[in-house]
Ligand binder design. Structure first.
Ligand code: FES
Length: 67
């Protein structure tokens, strides 16, 4: 599914770029061109960044401290 119609950027491309290390809207704009024209994709881009951060924190496993 297209996230950014203006630049023909798909959700998969966006998620792949986030996985490669882009963590901000600015970085995604520079690397994929999202939000650089009409800006309607901005909310979706922010949501993808937020979802990625949330899913990463789900992977953290609490470690018991015996100190
Ligand atoms: S939809 Fe992304 S800049 Fe227009």
């Amino acid at each position: 599914m297209y996230i950014c119609i203006c630049n023909q950027v798909t959700e998969t491309q966006l998620r792949d770029e986030i996985e490669r290390g882009s963590e901000t809207v600015r970085q995604l704009r520079e690397n994929l061109g999202v939000t650089n024209q009409c800006g309607k994709c901005g909310k979706c881009v922010k949501n993808c960044i937020k979802e990625n951060k949330t899913s990463r924190s789900d992977l953290l496993i609490p470690i018991a401290c015996n100190a």
